[in-house]
Design a protein around this ligand. Structure first.
Ligand code: SF4
Ligand code: SF4
Length: 388
């Protein structure tokens, strides 16, 4: 059987239009009743990466979150909560939710704040790469999770979408530990696939009305993609996202790991894209709704000719690079760095300074920098030889 991804074109965050689009998307998947029951404790997991206004496209837009709340309330769902654990050490879930407009939307529909500040170890013996996770209490207490994710680029995984959104179910400091334990894009993606298999979200809804391209997931540029995506399969959903930005899902680690682990499917033959005008293939959806010049890293990650020689040519390795003119010496990058001896030092009046010998290229520093001062540097020669 094919895996369905509903795609609703939408070019505005005007609330009545978003409400209607979410209703339409869920109708194409058979209705919200297919995924949750009214008596269940349902947790909404938006992307609350940072204290950022909605128009910055760092977080899930409150209009999309609000429309999902409304749909659930209309279906008679009584026990609703929400939460996320931002990786940024300078913010709390509550403060992030407040600034990005999610807490106001949640209050309107009477959602409880789930506990994302505390957690405990949950074992997952079936995991192929990760056998346990330090999960937030709010996640453990829910019967069903709905992932309301954001369409963005990501320095480590190229994109952050449906699969990656669940990393916020791991409590604050334990996220950095995870980066150290799963130190490259493929292994990290394998762990994310296990995490999704452990939590088993019932439904994934992606806000791609205004997406983020370039230096994502927090320092990139907002760009209109004009879609909402819906699916029970996060891999298929991320494959549609990839297709829309003209990126082969086979080049996206979370799609590859997700397909390999049985979390979902990413190949064209296995996915139906359901739209109000009818069912499309990935290629047809790309032609109709895609954006070929979307700014995302398109080079090979570890398949280029030079990869075999990288250990001999460390200067060719990609790495975080700070723009000292933008750096405000806040110390966040040092705090976020998961390497015990720290691969970047900053704060107390000192701007960021890297020790690349210690750096594992996890890009937590780039993700957390509040000043957009850190970018991924790729040597021109590596770009040339690893490009496709
Ligand atoms: S690079 Fe960014 S996170 Fe690091 S000290 Fe400078 S402003 Fe702060
Ligand atoms: S310096 Fe940045 S990219 Fe390197 S290990 Fe630390 S957080 Fe990760």
């Amino acid at each position: 059987m094919k895996h369905a991804v509903a795609l609703i074109p939408l070019s505005s965050y005007d609330q009545p239009l978003v409400d209607e689009a979410v209703r339409q998307g869920m109708a194409l998947l058979g209705g919200i009743e297919q995924f949750v029951r009214p008596e269940e404790k349902i947790l909404l997991k938006p992307n609350l990466l940072a204290r950022a206004l909605p128009q910055k496209a760092i977080t899930t837009h409150p209009a999309v979150f609000s429309a999902v709340c409304r749909l659930l309330r209309d279906a008679g769902c009584q026990h609703l909560s929400y939460g996320d654990s931002p990786g940024n050490p300078t913010t709390t879930p509550d403060r992030a939710a407040e600034v990005c407009g999610i807490s106001e939307a949640a209050a309107q529909y009477g959602l409880d704040r789930a506990d994302f500040a505390s957690g405990s170890i949950v074992t997952f013996p079936e995991g192929k790469t990760a056998k346990s996770f330090y999960l937030c209490k709010g996640v453990q207490e829910a019967d069903a999770l709905i992932s309301v994710c954001k369409m963005k680029t990501h320095a480590l995984e190229r994109i952050t979408g449906a699969v990656k959104n669940q990393y916020g179910c791991i409590t604050g400091v334990n996220k950095a530990t995870g980066h150290a334990a799963y130190p490259n894009s493929e292994i990290f993606a394998d762990m994310l696939a296990d995490l999704n298999l452990c939590i088993r979200p019932r439904l994934y809804i992606m806000d791609g009305v205004i997406a983020m391209e370039g230096n994502g997931p927090s320092s990139g540029t907002p760009t209109a993609m004009n879609v909402l995506l819906f699916s029970a399969d996060p891999v298929a959903l991320d494959a549609v996202f990839s297709a829309l930005i003209h990126l082969d899902p086979a080049e996206v680690p979370t799609c590859v790991s997700g397909a390999k682990s049985g979390l979902g499917v990413m190949d064209e033959e296995s996915i139906d894209v359901l739209t109000p005008e009818g069912t499309l293939t990935l290629t047809q959806a790309q032609a109709k709704y895609g954006k070929a010049d979307f700014d995302v890293f398109r080079g090979r990650i570890k398949k280029g000719f030079l990869f075999n020689f990288m250990p001999l040519l460390p200067f060719l390795q990609h790495r975080p690079k700070v723009d000292l003119k933008k750096c405000i010496a806040c110390g966040v990058c040092e705090e976020a760095c998961p390497v015990p001896e720290k691969a970047v030092h900053s704060g107390d009046g000192h701007k960021a300074k890297y020790d690349y010998k210690k750096c594992i290229r996890c890009y937590c520093c780039q993700e957390m920098c509040p000043a957009k001062a850190i970018e991924v540097y790729r040597h021109p020669l590596a770009r040339l030889l690893n490009s496709k």
